[in-house]
Design a protein around this ligand. Structure first.
Ligand code: SF4
Ligand code: ZN
Length: 301
């Protein structure tokens, strides 16, 4: 018997408790229909491989549902190569259809090349964003494109509780009310070209996912991204962990607080009409979509 999250559970009961939490999140948020084709976004890290494993088990209970995996290769040498290999091996072993798309194919630039361009820009101007800001925007776009190519009805993301709470705090720091409201378990399609996004493990803390992966002896990528130390998210993560240690339950409290204020935030938001980006044709609120705007900033469009 071992102690997990303050409870005394054997390893079998612990893994079952994590799976039950995921099932409860899926049911409460009505994430799937019995005949959905689900694309699981798999980066090769512990969260996404764990999500893929849990979803594979759940899918067996729904014979009309189907599952595939989608991976985005950003082009980060010595980091993403290993992750993509692990994701591919997992899918091969478990007979899961696997779609891989790279930044190079979709945007004609690898993240490593983009970072070199950003460094040059920083010398000449202010206001240039960090590698993670570019990576996040382009990866979201890439995942949507590849999920669409896979003909998925839903795109399942492996954002755990810690990720969600960090994003909430980052959005608060940027005063971005619409984005605070959009940190939620289900993001419906607001345009026919958007694949709805769901987050089945968003109520499971990162520590529990890590234990789960460890108990299952899951092989996952453990090297951190070389650009991660530059990200503000990293400092938010450390701050939240320190607070959680002294005040257990803080992460859940923040997550639940947003659930309470979301209706007010959504009501205050104006109705948004999406149309095609004048550069790439993907849906956007403005004339030019965010990925095109960022790529233009560094002279790539
Ligand atoms: Fe991309 Fe930043 Fe994550 Fe690295 S740490 S994969 S650059 S978002
Ligand atoms: Zn565009």
């Amino acid at each position: 018997m071992r102690v997990y999250s303050g409870e005394r559970l054997c390893s079998k009961c612990f893994t079952t408790s994590v799976e039950d939490k995921v099932k409860a999140t899926i049911a409460r948020n009505k994430m799937f229909k019995p005949d959905d084709r689900i694309a699981v976004a798999v980066s090769g890290g512990k969260d996404s491989i764990t999500l893929l494993h849990i979803m594979t088990e759940f899918e067996k209970l729904f014979p009309k549902a189907s599952l595939c995996a989608v991976t985005v290769d950003e082009g980060i040498q010595g980091y993403r190569d290993e992750a993509v290999r692990l994701a591919s091996e997992y899918c091969q072993k478990n007979d899961i259809e696997h779609f891989v798309a790279s930044f190079k194919d979709l945007f004609n630039v690898q993240l490593d090349e983009l970072v070199l361009l950003l460094k040059k820009k920083i010398k000449t101007s202010n206001g240039v964003l960090s590698p993670c800001a570019y990576c996040g925007v382009l990866r979201r776009r890439a995942l949507n494109i590849v999920a669409r190519q896979a003909k998925a009805d839903k795109l399942a993301l492996a954002h755990n509780l810690d990720d969600e709470v960090q994003t909430i705090l980052l959005n608060i720091m940027h005063g971005d009310a619409p984005r605070i409201a959009r940190v939620k378990p289900v993001l419906e399609a607001s345009h026919p070209m958007f694949v709805p996004r769901v987050k089945p493990i968003c109520e499971v803390p990162e520590k529990e996912i890590a234990f789960y992966a460890y108990l299952r002896k899951t092989e996952f990528q453990s090297i951190p991204c070389p650009y991660a130390p530059t990200a503000l998210r990293n400092d938010i993560r450390q701050m939240l962990n320190r607070i959680e240690e002294r005040h257990a339950g803080t992460k859940y409290t923040i997550f639940r607080s947003v659930e309470k204020i979301r209706p007010a935030l959504e009501a205050a938001e104006k109705e948004i009409t999406l149309h095609a980006c004048s550069v790439c044709g993907e849906p956007t609120v403005g004339e030019i979509c965010k990925p095109c705007e960022l790529l233009q900033k560094i002279g790539l469009k």
